[in-house]
Design a protein around this ligand. Structure first.
Ligand SMILES: Nc1ncnc2c1ncn2[C@@H]1O[C@H](COP(=O)(O)OP(=O)(O)O)[C@@H](O)[C@H]1O
Ligand SMILES: [Mg+2]
Length: 342
């Protein structure tokens, strides 16, 4: 019995702004996997500096549910020897250096199956400019946008401002192309704000995207599967702040999840279809959460983004959507492992 156990490597923490959320997601997943006697789960904590910790050290972090105080030691990029015993990886990492194809590339090189999206889907899903080009190609409706590089901005800021004002108008949203968690994102209402926001976004990333601002409800759909992906019921996020910024996302009580979202059935159906098409457009595998804007006055659905490793805590939208669709948290984890083995 013991020999036939599947050694699952749970990767968490990581070098991104979502390090803390990752620990909470990993704890929830570890608890669920522990219920299945066919798995032997070995945690691997990646410190904020990128150092991988042994399963023994990692268990302590997982138990506490919190990042330990940063050590003064310099980063050590050697992988722990315990890595060699892993049969299948479960990367529970959000944001850059985890959800963007970098870790997926490493796991691919290790020649072991892993849960979730591959290198290409992860990279495309993380980069907003790339993601939007792929969505446009797939015929998915989205907000108007302008893509901008640091070099080109610095050469002709005046001309870019005029172009953005003509194409998009105000309010518009300025975002680093490659980040997540709303970090570096600003809503701007005039030229002075636009210039400041671009300067700020460009300090995070050499590529920036500016989008037309819409007044819309924010709805989300979960996707699960490989070749025949399924869409969940739809959820909605409501909040009182101006937009779903970092503080609103991570301060308990500042946002509410409504599951299922109250929508006309044809709108819910359209969202589910678009979610599956978006997943297929990026060559998705395993899972994704697809986020939309729903403009009620015109019954318009616009795709906002795809998240290739969405928040996975016990109270996160992704597992909650599946729970409401009939797949509980432990079963969801089992399915993801089975999909990785396919
Ligand atoms: N074009 C837009 N129109 C209206 N609100 C927007 C727009 N873009 C972003 N937002 C607001 O900003 C939030 C974060 O933007 P998003 O692109 O989802 O970034 P992240 O990848 O960091 O989650 C959205 O949930 C929404 O509240
Ligand atoms: Mg978002």
């Amino acid at each position: 019995m013991n020999n036939s156990k599947l050694h699952v490597g749970l990767l968490f923490g990581g070098r991104s702004g979502e390090h803390e959320v990752s620990i909470v997601s990993a704890k929830a997943i570890a608890t669920a996997l522990a219920q299945n006697p066919s798995y032997d789960v070995r945690p691997f904590y990646i410190q904020k500096d990128g150092t991988w910790r042994s399963p023994q050290d990692s268990s302590v972090v997982l138990e506490s549910g919190m990042a330990p105080a940063a050590s003064a030691e310099s980063a050590n990029f050697q992988l722990p020897v315990e890595v060699n015993a892993i049969d299948l990886w479960f990367p529970v990492l959000h944001g850059p250096n985890g959800e963007d194809g970098t870790v997926q590339g490493l796991l691919q090189l290790m020649q072991k199956p892993y849960v979730g999206n591959g290198v290409l889907a992860s990279a495309v899903g993380m980069d907003k400019i790339m993601m939007k080009s792929v969505f446009a190609q797939a015929g998915l409706a989205q907000v108007k946008y302008v893509a901008l590089s640091r070099a080109s901005w610095q050469r002709q800021p005046e001309i870019w401002c005029e172009h953005i004002e003509l194409e998009l108008g105000y309010p518009c949203f300025v975002k680093p192309s490659n980040l997540g968690s709303s970090v570096g994102i600003s809503k701007v209402r005039d030229r002075a704000q636009l210039i400041n926001a671009i300067a700020s976004a460009i300090s995070y990333d050499a590529r920036v995207i500016i989008e037309q601002g819409v007044n819309a409800r924010e709805i989300e759909c979960a996707v699960l599967g490989n070749d025949r992906p399924q869409a969940s019921v739809i959820g909605e996020i409501t909040f009182k702040s101006d937009f779903y910024d970092y503080e609103t996302k991570y301060t308990p009580g500042m946002a509410d999840l409504i599951i299922p979202a109250v929508l006309p059935p044809e709108v819910a159906q359209a969202v589910q279809d678009m979610a599956v098409r978006a997943f297929q457009a990026i060559a998705g595998a395993g899972l994704a959460r697809v986020d939309f804007f729903y403009i009620e006055s015109t019954a318009t659905v616009l795709i906002n983004e795809i998240n290739t490793f969405p928040g996975f805590t016990a109270t996160s939208m992704y597992p909650k959507l599946w729970e409401a669709t009939g797949i509980g948290f432990p079963e969801l984890c089992d399915r993801l492992i089975a999909l990785a083995q396919e």
